[in-house]
Design a protein around this ligand. Sequence first.
Ligand code: B4P
Length: 199
Amino acid sequence: QPLFSSKDCKVIFVLGGPGSGKGTQCARLVDEYGFVHLSAGDLLRAEQNRKGSQFGELIDRYIREGQIVPQEITIKLLENAIKDKLGNEAKGRVLIDGFPRKMDQALLFDQSVCPSQFVLFLDCTEEIMLQRLMKRGETSGRADDNAESIKKRFRTFLETSMPVVEHYEKQGKVVKVDSKSEVEQVEKEIKEALMGRGI
Ligand code: B4P
């Protein structure tokens, strides 16, 4: 029995390669649609920096290496964040960006936290994603916005995260949007896609 009912808690996963625009686009959708936006990456970075966290070092290592942080940590952080933002009954719409990035996370979340509605998949090329991340790296201070980490993140995405997208595709749950163009254009296409899903 999942912790939250999918009748009350409407979960949309936002997936795409590193630099495909997940965080950027989610931030733009929040106000207009009344979504609560949770970023798996942001939650992990916040936990990493939290004083007294027992997972700080471990998270730092995984992020630097572009690897998937163990699901127990990520799922617990998401569960707490949902309760925090939506209350114990979790009534509302949630955009979860950068999650699930691995099959085990997808299955466990759908089974034990809340069955997701669908996946918004941002489709981009590695060439464009690399350019965006290197540019962000000039100012972000993020440990993983450098050429070496980015290469590893691309690999993890292809090997570990794409199977998740394929899993949901088989269930007819993937809404794919081209995210190669500029931010405003991508936003427009996402809105059209959401309308197509009755949102
Ligand atoms: P994330 O924090 O999710 O990082 P990301 O993939 O780079 O996406 P982000 O949302 O930040 O960037 P965006 O494309 O919007 O993950 C980082 C790491 O955390 C992972 O490698 C992993 O180690 C760990 N992690 C995260 N989730 C996990 C999970 N579920 N399980 C385990 N571990 C997990 O933007 C990138 C740049 O492009 C920005 O500078 C933006 O301004 C620019 N940009 C965006 N759209 C653009 C456009 N259309 N045109 C031009 N520039 C654009």
